[in-house]
Ligand binder design. Sequence first.
Ligand code: TXA
Ligand code: MG
Length: 325
Amino acid sequence: MRVTIEQALELIWSGGVVAFPTETVYGLGASALDAGAVAKVFDIKGRPNHNPLIVHVSSVEMARSLVAGAWPDRAHLLAATFWPGPLTLVVPKGPMIPGVVTGDGHTVAVRMPDHPVALDLIDRAGTPVVGPSANPSTRISPTRAEHVEQDYNEAVPVLDGGPCARGIESTVIDATAEPPRILRAGVVGAPELTKALSTEVLLDTGTSTPTTKPARSPGTQSTHYAPTRAVLHLHDHAALDRVIEEDSGSTIYLTDRVVSGVDANRVLTLPSDAGELEPMWYDTLRRADELAGAHHTGEIHLFIDLEALPPHVRDRIVRAASMVH
Ligand code: TXA
Ligand code: MG
């Protein structure tokens, strides 16, 4: 169900939930100052309540009002360099933010998105807006309004802002840590952050080590997925011939190479350019999943040169293959 900005504002003001566009992915929005509304976001998403939410702001001033004490110097530098943009700052949490937002933690994650519709919504709402990615917990992040509609069977109202230009979630940096640490790899990389802060920034995401080994879904987690949800197997290009030899007649192929010897309708082509792949990765993964459902298979085989991709894209692909999002 699509809504106008006026309807979205009414929802925010009345303690409701509305999905909204950002430059990275769609967020599940609610007033960050309304504990009841925030609880609904956790509920709709099926998110464990100890996993904190990002608070979206439309100005640095609004961000400053959310922290405890003074706005940290590093937050000042990073906001001046990267906002509005795909960088989320973890800073000390002020009393204005209800504990439910941060999983009762003492820090709050803040971001000013680079999307005119999101900025207009937050600005006119006059309140900061929580926004976890608008997918059910552990599923693929939405980069189009229709993804949100599909994921929630139209039950969540969506403010449509078109396809997300970046397509991968923001970088999350703990600006209070010494040295500052990247908690989630994203569009803004460690070298740019290191340069902006004139101090070395560590990548601490736990999944930054690339792997080309085929990863299988851990049994217990796979049971949380819908029956048509497929397992993504990662390979380098050298494995293509072997997998084709073992083709089951329903295997789905995802690759930037030419695949011959299997039905063309089981092959989804990826751009070989990383910059082109990035905004379409999640949409392509959804299409591969649908294709797997249509062919009654649980197997998607992805052939890609992981080393050639930027760390944040590699991170999302490896996570998709291990079904941890
Ligand atoms: O690009 C994005 O960041 C999107 C758009 C909608 O802005 N939002 C998003 O939210 O990806 P979510 O909730 O799916 O991911 C937020 C990440 C989670 O890994 C969460 O654990 C982490 O940020 N996070 C949030 N608050 C935190 C805090 N206070 N300390 C450490 N990590 C935090
Ligand atoms: Mg998410």
